[in-house]
Design a protein around this ligand. Structure first.
Ligand SMILES: [Zn+2]
Length: 103
């Protein structure tokens, strides 16, 4: 478990917390929904669209490039499936799915 500093009040708290326990500031982007993430993952997951949505641009781009070839899709199809299962398991803990806001 990692500790992060609140950018609003400076308090240190667990990165597993949804928001700062002192001031309620949320470190990750709540405008994104896990439901949308799962839909993107299910229909377009092979090309990594859900990872772009979650802010994981690097691995999303990796999936996009890999899925251009049949061989790459052997990797990205199960990868997307795993992402979908992980997403379902984290419906109530979106901070595990979405990348933290950049400072
Ligand atoms: Zn705070």
């Amino acid at each position: 478990m990692a500790m992060i500093y609140c950018r609003e009040c400076g308090r240190r708290y667990s990165d597993r917390a949804l928001a700062c326990p002192k001031c309620g500031y949320r470190e990750f982007d709540l405008s994104k929904s896990v439901a949308v993430y799962l839909i993107l993952c299910w229909f377009f997951g092979v090309i990594g669209v859900h990872r772009f949505y979650a802010g994981k641009i690097g691995t999303g781009f990796c999936m996009l490039v890999l899925s251009c070839t049949i061989f790459g899709m052997i990797i990205t199809v199960p990868w997307a499936l795993i992402d979908f299962i992980v997403g379902v398991c984290n419906i109530s803990t979106p901070q595990n799915i979405f990348a933290f806001k950049k400072k």
